[in-house]
Design a binder for this molecule. Structure first.
Ligand SMILES: [Zn+2]
Length: 379
């Protein structure tokens, strides 16, 4: 099946500024007005879609917490993270969406009382993950993630419940328009050659949010503060950079959610991931003449391989870069240094501008990230 790592147009049609609409001298004034109207209408539809999806995501996650009998501290930790991530993505949307637009007025006070921190910090603190990535983390901690068939089936149930629900006004987004779902899930793991068994699986989701600017921001925040720096480096280098060679026993399997048949299907890596990572992909890479519209860093492989590098020191020590013949390979530490020298500052400045363009208050000193209120959790 085809791989779709981002949602289809027109949900991604977000002009970066008015010049995108008005600069072309060959179009008539009437055309310009029509196109401007289209973008305004599209932005309004997108706002509505994000608002509905946000509430449905919150409801579904609460149901999941109940179903899995989450303990109070775990429930507090994950609900706070999910609420904050959704409120942040709503805030930086154009037009901006406030928390009270996500939560129905009759329950707003209750949410504010039980989870005060996300309401206080959505416009001052940054999230580490998108909502779906947080959900995936909760599921891998709670369910048997080593049995892929069962685990993916559980994910199907969650995805289905996202689309079965409707908000209080009866709005129900179609699967492809759902703003916060990840279209691809990937797991990476090491095959233990002694007993031919797979060791702990590291799951990752594709970047699950709407709009070019929020997507850019989430990829940059991941590269700067979340991913292993080897992943950050090859993502930043993009098409012109080297690849990371993983040890032979590292495997990487991707699954795309088929919204029509409501199930996950194995999918080969995209050209970008195949360029960045030399790893045992399953299914193997297939040459395609289709245009891949998503940016470097968008795919689930990045989060998954990064998690593997975080928890497996042997793999982290063994990776190195491969570029053209004659180039000196870099080890993990060299790659991190190179990322810091060449990309870190530049990337920070770019994200700062993007965040400011969405009225997010970027502090002059260290950036602040959202952390759930642990003290509150223990009460
Ligand atoms: Zn990819």
């Amino acid at each position: 099946m085809d791989r779709h790592d981002t949602e289809p147009e027109p949900m991604e049609t977000e002009p970066s500024n008015d010049n995108d609409i008005t600069d072309n001298a060959n179009i008539t004034l009437d055309d310009k007005q029509k196109r401007k109207k289209y973008f305004v209408k599209n932005r309004e539809e997108q706002k509505e879609n994000i608002t509905t999806s946000g509430l449905l995501f919150i409801k579904t996650f609460q149901d999941l917490l109940m179903k899995t009998k989450a303990k109070t501290d775990s429930m507090q930790k994950y609900m706070q993270k999910i609420l904050h991530s959704i409120f942040f993505l709503g805030y930086i949307n154009d037009p901006s969406i406030s928390p009270k637009e996500f939560i129905p007025s009759r329950t707003l006070d209750k949410y504010k009382k039980v989870f005060p921190k996300p309401f206080q910090e959505y416009s001052t603190h940054l999230p580490n993950q998108t909502p779906y990535s947080i959900l995936l983390e909760y599921m891998t901690e709670t369910l048997d993630a080593e049995n892929t068939d069962i685990f993916m089936q559980e994910l199907v149930v969650v995805n289905e419940s996202l689309w079965k629900l409707d908000d209080d006004e009866g709005n129900q987004p179609v699967a492809n328009d759902f703003a916060f779902s990840a279209s691809v899930i990937t797991y990476s793991c090491v095959k233990d050659l002694k007993n031919m068994r797979f060791l702990k699986k590291a799951y990752g989701a594709s970047i699950s949010c709407k709009g070019k600017v929020p997507r850019k921001i989430m990829i940059a925040l991941s590269a700067l503060y979340v991913w292993d720096k080897a992943i950050s480096y090859v993502v930043c280098c993009g098409a012109k950079g080297p690849a990371i060679q993983f040890p032979d026993q590292v495997h990487c399997n991707a699954y795309s959610f088929d919204t029509k048949n409501r199930k996950y299907k194995e999918v080969p890596p995209c050209t970008k991931c195949n360029k960045m990572y030399i790893v045992q992909f399953k299914p193997e890479y297939l040459v395609t003449n289709k245009t891949e519209t998503w940016p470097f860093g968008n795919c689930a492989e990045n989060e998954s391989l990064s998690k593997l590098l975080h928890h497996n020191t042997d793999v982290r020590q063994a990776i190195y870069t491969v570029k053209d013949e004659g180039d000196t390979p870099m080890n993990r530490q060299d790659i991190e240094n190179k990322f810091k020298d060449e990309y870190e500052e530049k990337m920070k400045n770019e994200v700062k501008l993007l965040l400011r363009s969405r009225n997010f208050k970027v502090p002059t000193g260290d950036w602040q990230f959202f952390t759930p209120d642990v003290q509150y959790c223990n009460n």
